[in-house]
Ligand binder design. Structure first.
Ligand SMILES: Nc1ncnc2c1ncn2[C@@H]1O[C@H](COP(=O)(O)OP(=O)(O)OP(=O)(O)O)[C@@H](O)[C@H]1O
Length: 909
């Protein structure tokens, strides 16, 4: 082995010296660090326990705890008297979480600061019974000790599907605390509400807790796979919340990291509890320390194991929650009666000449009036699902109907969503329909209500806006005293598609809102929180600028200006009413334009509501009729065919359905003697087949027995059963011939009067129906009372056959150019004055003046491009179940139709 003899050159010697110097310096530094560490360790090593001292300390801490957390906040809950009074002077600052036990026989209540200071986290979630017990007991203590109504709670609990909060259900029923959320969507809604509460977007200097309430978000367990972005939102809320009165009680924090990068830091400003077995360790509260380890040294938390409080006894929980709910009701409960004029004054005592007004709720003891006049012509109402929107509207509408005579106020009510908002205003019979004259012995109705749309189509909403626009045209020349109030519930649905209907609806809304202000036509638009509403509000030229009245119900803060947080955390039964377009105002300033009101649930006393409705109905002016009700999800029953008169007054009409229009009217095709008066139903499915069946029956009923002949052909096998049943039915009144394709060809020359009823007319072989004779029938048949009523499964064969029989086209007069140039019919400009669409003359079904054609086409389930191709122009049509598009070649107009219901027992399916 070679011995090292030191550096062998001057340069190596220098390098060696430098390395040795560095090593010596490192050694010295290490020795110094070790010495310093030993000194620190000596300083914080716990002094040997002096038992007496420990007992004294526990005693002192017990006394301190009773001062910091008196009564409900610190008492053992299993021994708490059920009669202990609820409520306290102010927001409780400290709360007990359990019992600290430094020695076997030395104990004191473990108390932590929460409200007004920061947050509390536990490292396990509500599946651990100790955590569930802790959360319930802390929540109960805070609710019982806080001044009534000052603490709002939002619960999140995914792992036990909300069971953690089950004992607090009476508070949810009372509207004091919404039911807990259990999934990611719910969590996001709670976070959004908390963010609204905190408003972190405001400059820090302007942040303050201007709420007189505190919002406590209790997370029992986070939804599985809560996304990092949402966790980050919780972290941000923890940082920003306390100044704004937002506090978090989060179990299961930090959540298990999804990846190494997504592990979460402890929540800032929180006291952390770590579970051990069977006790827990409690970290230092935010900004303070339980012990004093020395300056500049991190705190060590409470130097004693803590046994967390167990779930409070069920009877106690129940008693407290019920008492709080009852107090809430006693303090705030009002009834619809409180919003109505004194009954002794009688009905309809107010004049609508200068405007409408009603009481929408109470601010404290004071009734809050709100109205419709030039200054506050239209209202925008927002609230999440279940926020009491229907309740609020029912109050307003009954309030108005009790004050103003039906000659002074007419109501139009349309609901685009789930159809519960206006149930109150639908005088339903068992089958859902009211006779046309409104006579109904079963239910009363409000004489002010002209139309109700339940789960209405967008087309219905548009038709109503057109009607209101037309009314405003009339009022421009003939001013009207009677005011109109139109409520569009969930109006963003009307504007939901990026299409021509939305474009027209927007311009009509703008026009009605702008011109209605001084002409007595008023709007209430309501919406749940939706990005569509936010987008509408953000538009610079938004028609919502015409809506100075904003009513924010719980979850409806987005109808207010973004900087106005007055609606954050509203409980059920309250609303912020703002008459300045949702603008807020400086802190603490009295906002003359904004009130928080409480309003009653009118349905808590259904008898009183029914009596009021009955009173309004009983006093209705002579000749009043009930509202026209359009129920989007029902097929209207086919009206009874008029009894055949000895001398028929007019042509027989084929009734196909109800036009989606305001006012409602039947879609009736007159079958008069003029050439082309025939009807074709086009569509692949059974609905089209049923339509033909119903039409034939209805036509048969309009003729005296034996007056007409029916020739029925089924050219596709699937229609055979329907055709057979139809023949049997028709034969009870009229002569009927059942024919095949060959027989049909012969029947084209029927001398009349009669009907050729053909199922699956596209099912014939080419040429089976001779073009010459079909042309003659189409042109001359109506003159002798013969009409072709046919069903075609597809439009192509229909177009081909019609093209084959078409008369040679005239070279002038309204025939479209072969290159398709002509009027542009793609936008609202293609809309006729009667609310239907119009376009240029069609190509395939023959131009106006071409008599050898079928004038009336009814499309069921035919895609828009196919309809457009057939008609040779753009159409606005979305095929869907229960809807048809009726085309009238003579006027070149289309209308959306709800086909009449198939007669019960008639359908072969
Ligand atoms: N003022 C109130 N006080 C207490 N409870 C109320 C009040 N108003 C409504 N509620 C209750 O709240 C629930 C929801 O009310 P409502 O149907 O009016 O809400 P909504 O906003 O119209 O709901 P949705 O949009 O889902 O139809 C109902 O059970 C109702 O009884």
């Amino acid at each position: 082995m070679e011995t090292w003899r030191g550096p062998t050159s001057p340069a190596a010697t220098l390098r060696w010296r430098a390395a040795a110097g560095t090593a010596a310096a490192l050694h010295r530094r290490a020795a110094a660090t070790t010495a310093a560490a030993a000194a620190v360790l000596d300083a914080i090593r716990p002094a040997p326990a002096d038992q007496r001292e420990q007992h004294d300390l526990a005693e002192r801490l017990r006394a301190a705890a009773s001062l910091l957390a008196p009564g409900w906040l610190g008492a053992p809950l299993d021994a708490q008297s059920e009669d202990a009074p609820l409520g306290g002077p102010g927001v409780p600052a400290f709360v007990r979480i359990g019992i600290a036990q430094p020695l076997d026989d030395a104990r004191f209540p473990a108390v932590v600061p929460l409200l007004g200071t920061g947050h509390l986290t536990v490292d396990a979630d509500s599946r651990d019974p100790r955590v569930a017990g802790l959360l319930r007991s802390v929540l109960l203590r805070l609710l019982a000790a806080a001044p009534a109504g000052s603490l709002l709670v939002r619960g999140v609990d995914s792992a036990t599907a909300g069971q953690l909060f089950a004992p607090f259900a009476p508070l949810a029923d009372a509207g004091l605390m919404p039911p807990p959320v259990t999934d990611r969507t719910g969590l996001r809604a709670v976070l959004a509400e908390a963010e609204q509460w905190v408003r972190p977007t405001r400059p820090a200097t302007a942040r303050y807790n201007r709420h007189d309430r505190t919002l406590l978000v209790v997370v029992g367990s986070l939804p599985e796979l809560t996304e990092p972005a949402d966790l980050a939102r919780i972290g941000a809320l923890a940082r920003e919340g306390p100044e704004a009165g937002l506090h978090l009680l989060v179990a299961g924090w930090p959540p298990p990291p999804l990846t190494a990068e997504t592990s979460q830091a402890p929540l800032s400003r929180s006291t952390m509890i770590a579970l051990r077995n069977p006790y827990a360790l409690v970290g230092d509260p935010p900004g303070a320390s339980f012990g004093s380890p020395g300056p500049h040294l991190p705190g060590t938390g409470l130097n004693a194991p803590v046994f967390l409080d167990e779930s409070p006894p069920t009877p106690l929980l129940d008693r407290v929650c019920r008492d709080l709910a009852a107090r809430f009701h006693a303090d705030y409960r009002r009834t619809l009666d409180d919003l109505l004029p004194d009954p002794s004054d009688g009905l309809w005592t107010e004049s609508a000449a200068k405007g409408l007004g009603t009481t929408v709720g109470h601010a404290g003891e004071r009734p809050v009036p709100l109205g419709f006049d030039e200054r506050t012509p239209h209202w925008l109402v927002g609230g999440r699902a279940g926020a009491g929107k229907s309740a609020f509207l029912v109050n307003v509408l009954y309030g108005l109907c009790a004050r103003y005579h039906p000659d002074e106020l007419a109501l139009y009510l349309v609901d685009f969503a789930d159809g519960t908002a206006f149930t109150e205003f639908v005088p339903e019979r068992a089958d859902g329909f009211l006779p046309e004259d409104g006579a109904d012995s079963g239910r009363s109705w409000l004489p002010h209500v002209r139309a109700v749309g339940v789960q209405a189509d967008r087309e219905y909403g548009l038709a109503l806006l057109r009607e209101l626009d037309a009314e405003l045209d009339r009022r421009a020349t003939e001013p009207e005293q009677r005011r109109i109030l139109c409520v569009l519930d969930e109006f963003p649905t009307l504007l939901a598609e990026d299409d021509a209907l939305t474009a027209e609806a927007l311009s009509r809304l703008e026009s009605v809102a702008r011109r209605g202000r001084s002409a007595g036509v008023h709007l209430i638009l309501t919406s749940r929180p939706t990005p569509a509403l936010a987008a509408l509000r953000a538009r610079r030229d938004s028609f919502l600028a015409q809506f100075p009245v904003r009513v924010a119900l719980p979850g409806g803060a987005d109808v207010l200006e973004p900087a106005n947080d007055a609606a954050a955390g509203l409980p059920l039964g309250t609303a912020v009413v703002n008459t300045a377009g949702g603008l807020g105002g400086p802190r603490g300033a009295t906002r003359g334009h904004e009130r928080m009101v409480r309003f009653p649930d009118p349905h808590t006393d259904t008898d009183a509501l029914a009596m009021l409705r009955h009173r309004l109905w009983a006093d209705r002016p002579a000749g009043s009729t009930g509202p026209a009700v359009f129920t989007g999800y029902l097929a209207p029953p086919r009206p009874d065919a008029p009894e055949p008169a000895a001398e028929p007054a007019g042509p027989v009409v084929a009734l196909v359905g109800q036009v989606v229009e305001v006012p409602l009217r039947p879609a009736a095709v007159p079958l008069d003697p003029s050439p082309g008066r025939h009807l074709a139903v086009l569509g692949p499915g059974p609905a089209a087949e049923d339509m033909l069946d119903g039409l034939a029956r209805s036509l048969a009923a309009q003729h005296a027995p034996g007056d007409v002949r029916f020739v029925v052909a089924s050219l596709v096998p699937e229609a055979d059963p329907t055709a057979t049943a139809l023949c049997a039915e028709l034969a009870r009144r009229h002569p009927v011939d059942r024919v095949d394709a060959a027989g049909l060809a012969g029947a084209l020359d029927l001398t009349g009067p009669g009907y050729l009823v053909v199922f699956g007319m596209d099912g014939t072989a080419p040429g089976a129906v001779p073009a010459e004779r079909l042309r003659a029938l189409l042109r001359d048949g109506p003159g002798r009372g013969v009409h072709l009523i046919s069903w075609w499964r597809g439009v192509r064969r229909f177009a081909d056959q019609l093209a084959a029989v078409a008369e040679p086209e005239p070279t002038t007069d309204g025939v479209p150019e072969p290159d398709g140039t002509g009027p542009d019919h793609t936008g609202p400009g293609g809309t006729g004055p009667d609310g239907t669409e119009s376009g240029s003359a069609e190509r395939h079904t023959g131009a106006p003046g071409n008599a050898a054609t079928i004038d009336h086409l009814l499309f069921l389930d035919v895609p828009e491009p196919e309809v457009a191709r057939l008609l040779g122009r753009a159409v606005r049509w979305r095929p869907r179940s229960g809807r048809a598009l009726l085309y009238d070649r003579r006027t070149d107009r289309t209308s959306l139709v709800v086909p009449y219901a198939t007669p019960t027992g008639v359908s072969t399916r």
